[in-house]
Write a protein that binds this ligand. Structure first.
Ligand code: PMV
Length: 323
């Protein structure tokens, strides 16, 4: 393989970036029409850079995962090729003779929206290289089509929060709504280091729902009530209440069967070290958890998470907004 050479003498034609994301409340139930609250994580970014291709072909190089994709010959199920083809079809252009180089700081299959962030960065880079500007809604809709390859039945929350780049109140099939945040909120994101494809967790929840619909519907309703209460607590900047709601959401997620011993261990360690509350974020089983902390508990909770086996801890802040 004549790959990878990330750097090239050619000047880039365009580039695009997109953040990772966390789900604060409501994952899984959101697939079944309940609301969820999510926020972008700008500390973790995916980037796509478009260069002229030295051999005049259309290719994607994902350096972090050592993958090279020739778009013309890639299978229908390849997410990189799917994204490029969707953009070209929408713009009525042939595949361009471009080399797209992807880099991402967002771990894959870990609940941080890596697939949607990479696709959004690619869409932005490609559109810029074609000299076209799209709305966040149009980029989000395109990325949703790629998300189907990762997730099977995605709710659309990942592409929405990432393409809009702001915290959202999300209900499947509806435009995202902003919401008020009454105080700066510090969150720590702890990585179990266990890759867990979202589609498997989502498929298991579906099997459970099919086997015992009334139990699962009741759990989804319980989560929806938590999400509604969280909206008020966020507007009031009420950390103790938010922490308790995170713990309650985690209990409901565990009852759905998407927690794991590693996630439980990290959540317990964060609480014991002074976090207001903690829960898994995203698909679950592995991936990441989040903990709400006061600024002066950041260091001890980070240390406790690392001591409990977290592979990495990232800090992010939800900044106050009026709406
Ligand atoms: O991509 P993840 O792992 O953050 O999961 C997205 C959230 C789910 O509710 C589990 C799935 C979905 O499509 O909403």
């Amino acid at each position: 393989m004549t790959f990878p050479q990330g750097e090239t003498d050619a000047s880039p034609l365009a580039s695009g970036r997109a953040p990772g994301k966390i789900i604060l409340f409501g994952e899984h139930a959101v697939v079944y029409g309940r609301p969820a609250i999510a926020a972008p994580v700008f500390r973790l970014q995916a980037e796509a850079v478009v260069y002229p291709d030295p051999e005049g072909v259309c290719r994607v190089e994902a350096l972090d995962i050592g993958q090279q994709v020739m778009v013309a010959t890639a299978g229908e199920d390849d997410p990189f090729a799917r994204l490029v083809r969707l953009v070209c079809t929408a713009l009525d252009r042939p595949l361009p003779p471009w080399r797209m180089v992807i880099r991402s700081e967002i771990p894959v299959a870990s609940g941080l929206g890596s697939g949607a962030a990479v696709a959004t960065a690619m869409a932005r880079a490609l559109l810029a290289a074609f000299g076209v500007e799209w709305s966040a809604a149009a980029v989000s809709a395109l990325v949703y089509e790629v998300e189907k390859l990762h997730h099977g039945t995605p709710s659309g929350i990942d592409n929405t929060v990432i393409a809009y780049g702001r915290p959202v109140w999300f209900v499947r099939g509806q435009p995202p709504m902003p919401f008020a945040v009454g105080a700066a909120l510090d969150l720590l994101i702890g990585d179990t280091g266990i890759a867990s494809p979202t589609r498997l967790a989502v498929a298991d929840v579906r099997r459970g729902w099919e086997a015992d619909p009334s139990r699962f519907e009741a759990l989804f309703d319980r989560i929806a009530a938590i999400v509604h209460e969280a909206r008020t607590a966020l507007a009031e900047g009420d950390r103790p209440r938010l922490g308790a709601l995170m713990d309650a959401n985690q209990e409901a997620l565990a009852a759905l069967g998407v927690s794991s011993p590693e996630l439980e261990r990290l959540c317990a360690a964060a609480r014991a070290a002074g976090a207001w509350g903690a829960k898994l974020s995203g698909g679950g089983r592995g991936g990441n958890m989040i903990a709400l902390v006061d600024p002066d508990r950041r260091e001890p909770v980070t240390a406790a998470l690392l001591a409990a086996g977290a592979h990495r801890v990232v800090h992010t802040t939800l900044t106050p907004t009026a709406q």
